[in-house]
Design a protein around this ligand. Sequence first.
Ligand SMILES: Cc1ncc(C[n+]2csc(CCOP(=O)(O)OP(=O)(O)O)c2C)c(N)n1
Length: 292
Amino acid sequence: MSIPLDLNVHDYYNPTECTWCDGCGDYGIMAAAKRALVELGIAPHEVLLCFDIGCHGNASDKMLGYRVHGLHGRVLPFAAGAKLANPNLPVIAFGGDGASFSEGVNHLVHSFRSHYPVTFVLHNNANYGLTTGQASALTWQKQPMNTSPLGIPEDTFRPMEFVFAMHPTFVARAWSGDIPQMTRVLKAAIQHRGFAFVDILQACPTYNKFATHDWLLENCYDANDNAHDISDIDAAYKIACDTSKGVSCGILYQTEDVPHFYERLEPRKGKKTTAVDEVAITDVSKLMGEFV
Ligand SMILES: Cc1ncc(C[n+]2csc(CCOP(=O)(O)OP(=O)(O)O)c2C)c(N)n1
C-alpha cells in the first residue's frame, strides 16, 4: 500500500491536554501507533481505536480516529463486535495489564480461541496505574506497591507462557522507549490475518520502580536482529519465556495459515456485503403485536 502523499502523523493530532506523568511510556506507545497507521496509509477515518479503562485508556482523547472508550477489562468484546459488524475496518484494541490479566482475562482467553481479526496492544506497566499503583497480576513478586507495602503473596503471572498455550498466530513484544521497534511491530500486527497480540513493556515512572525505562533499555534486545525464525513456535516460546539473558522483543511468532473467526462464519460465506451495509429500518410492529 502506498502512503497517500498528504497523510501525516499530525492528522492524528488531538489538542486535548495530556494528563500522563512525565516519562510515562504511554506517550511513546501512542506515538508509535500513529506512525504505524500513517506508514500503512490508514487515515483517522479509516480505523477504529478501542480503549480500555486506565491511564492508557485516556489515549482515547489524545489522538484522532474512530474511538470507543469502554469498561475496565472489556475492550476485546467491543473491539471484536465492531470488527464483525464492519470487517473492512482495521480495529485496534488497547488494554492495560490490570484490565487484561485480572479484570478481563477471560476475554483474552476467548479472543485467542475465537481468533478475532483484531490487533491487541497490551500496555504492560505491571501495575494498576490509574488507580495509583496497586499490584496487578504482572507486578513482580515482593515489590512494595501502594496497597501492598510488603509485596504481594501471589506468584507473578507469566504472560508469555499463557499466550503460547492459547495457540496464538501472532505474538510480539516491544518496549515503550523504542519507537521504531514498536512502529515496526504494530505495522505487522495491524496487517496480520487474525488475532495479533502485542505486549508492550511500558515504563511507569510513578508506580513501577522495578522495570524502569533504564532497566528496559538495558535488558531488552531485538530478536529480529538475530537469526530468530518467527515461524518456529518452539523457538519463539523459548525466547519469549526465558528472560535469564535479556527480554526478547520484536516479532516473536507469526503464522498466517489459520483462518480467522469471520472467515469461519458459515452465515457470512459468499456474502459481498457486511453487517454494516445490511442495516435497515425494519417494521417490527407485527412481530411485537404477537406479544400483546
Ligand atoms: C469494572 C471496574 N473495575 C474496577 C475499576 C477501577 N479501575 C479503573 S482504572 C483501574 C486500573 C487500571 O489498571 P490497568 O488496566 O493496568 O491500566 P493502567 O491504568 O495501568 O494503564 C481500575 C482498577 C473500574 N473502573 N471498573
